[in-house]
Design a protein around this ligand. Structure first.
Ligand code: TRP
Length: 334
């Protein structure tokens, strides 16, 4: 990897459906970074184990997400695309960082509290440790830039704190990472409740567009999307539902919000909703076709994963060796 370029690291869990929100807010913004930075794009399967999974489904989702990354423009010849559990240094660094992370600071994490409420029968140590594993993902590669959604800022802040704490205690070792946020797409809302983010785990089918939804489902969901009181297609704070649809339309069609407002002036919500659905379908359909083709080509996906893990491991090994030395572990004699 190029030493002059900065390093970017990001990851998505292979759980459930990837939403239009995940795509517009995150994955879509990853491919343009590939020329300017050294990019590592990871499928964080170990994180997924913090909530109960059906093993066969987890395995299937993981390979589908690999294909989806590539279908969304991640180019394995430019970026390291790999599965977290393939590079065991992630779990090992997590242990070391655990020894400097305080129970108090993990206990305060908003997402930990939310997930504890949601999965009250399974508040496991991994759930609490989740942000430390995420910090390990980032710090192992000395990533300076981390594309994340707003909901992950607290976790990134912890990664920064742990880097600074480790550097202070043992001498300079880790780069202190910064969040890379994409304004436009980071706030795609639920189609049923524009005050909530469009979330993978939403139980209301109509609230969420999945990247794997077929045409009919997409049209149906936009037709049923909630709207605001009047009938004007206008972007405004007091019109959160229509503003969300305008945002989606603009991101998918490439037309500015102002131009879209003009185009739909006086045409009512029905027409507008269909146009939003069409713009989404035009973006999603080619991705689905490419993903389907890739999922069928297991040999290719495996070759990508092999190469990605090797690339990542080279960097991870070096960092972990250094960390082990700094904390006073005796290196293995070979
Ligand atoms: N916690 C992130 C999320 O749910 C996923 C993630 C794990 C991640 N490790 C990461 C994101 C490292 C960025 C960098 O969105």
């Amino acid at each position: 990897m190029d030493n002059v370029k900065k390093t970017v690291f990001s990851g998505v869990q292979p759980t459930g459906r990837i939403t239009l929100g995940n795509y517009l807010g995150a994955i879509r913004n990853w491919s343009p970074l590939q020329d300017e930075y050294n990019c590592l794009y990871c499928i964080v399967d170990l994180h997924s184990l913090t909530v109960k999974q059906v093993p066969a489904e987890l395995r299937k989702n993981t390979m589908e997400l690999v294909a989806l990354y590539i279908a969304c423009g991640i180019d394995p010849s430019k970026s390291a695309l790999f599965i977290q559990s393939h590079v065991h240094e992630h779990a090992e660094l997590c242990w070391i960082l655990d020894t400097i992370a305080y129970i108090g600071e993990l206990n305060r994490m908003t997402q930990f509290k939310d997930k504890s409420r949601k999965h009250a029968d399974n508040i496991n140590m991994g759930l609490m440790n989740y942000p430390v594993l995420m910090a390990s993902d980032i710090l192992l590669y000395n990533a300076q830039l981390v594309p994340i959604g707003k909901d992950q800022t607290q976790h990134l802040e912890l990664a920064r704190d742990l880097a600074i704490r480790f550097n202070g205690r043992y001498s300079d070792t880790f780069a202190v990472p910064e969040a890379l946020m994409f304004k436009s797409g980071s706030s795609i809302k639920s189609l049923q409740d524009p005050s909530a983010k469009m979330s993978k785990s939403d139980t209301n089918e109509n609230a969420v567009v999945s990247l794997l939804d077929d045409k009919d489902a997409i049209v149906r969901k936009f037709k049923r999307a909630v709207t605001d009181c009047d009938t004007e297609v206008r972007f405004a704070e007091d019109k959160p539902a229509i503003s969300n649809l305008l945002n989606i339309y603009s991101l998918c069609s490439g037309e500015s919000i102002a131009d879209a407002e003009k185009r739909f002036a006086g045409r009512g919500y029905g027409d507008f909703k269909l146009a939003v659905a069409d713009s989404v379908i035009a973006v999603i359909e080619p991705i689905q076709a490419e993903q389907k083709r890739l999922v069928a080509d297991k040999a290719y996906l495996e070759s990508v994963l092999k190469q990605g893990a090797e690339q990542a491991e080279r960097i991870a090994r070096k960092t972990l060796d250094k960390v082990y030395r700094k904390v006073g572990l005796v290196g293995r004699i070979r």
